[in-house]
Design a protein around this ligand. Sequence first.
Ligand code: HEM
Length: 140
Amino acid sequence: MTPQHIALVRSSFAEVSPIADSAAKLFYSRLFELDPGLRRLFKSNIEAQGSKLMNMITAAVCLLDQPEKLMPVVRNLGQRHTAYGVEDHHYETVGAALLWTLEKGLGAAFTPEVENAWAAVYGTLAMTMKEAASEMFEVA
Ligand code: HEM
């Protein structure tokens, strides 16, 4: 994840945030199309969940250049996700649904550079979450 990736993610997210509600709906419908089995993991109202996801992405986008603040939050989030029944391979499906949603939301502004930047940022978040989750089960 480079400073250039961070700048591209911030500027493109600014274009999506005004349509955050519809982007969140689009995201979940794509996610459940890719893997209908994931629907059972979501117990709460999907609209409330959509706004939590968008808030978390907004916070992460703001803090990308302050990893010492962001990473502990992301690690905790990863550990909570094990309790939601999330497994490592689900991160790939969620990443694919996220990139698809950004493509729909941004249209022509979703350039290959923007796509790479989001893939790098999502990859870093997902890796941090998965690592923290796996460490929960390590014997001290
Ligand atoms: C970078 C990746 C991700 C981010 C930023 C993220 C963000 C969030 C946030 C902010 C919440 C609200 C609850 C909390 O804070 O603990 C949440 C809940 C949840 N997430 Fe994620 N998530 C990510 C990846 C995933 C993946 C890969 C899955 C797999 C399907 C997933 C499934 C869930 C489920 C099932 C819940 C609980 C929903 C409920 O209580 O109904 N998330 N996520």
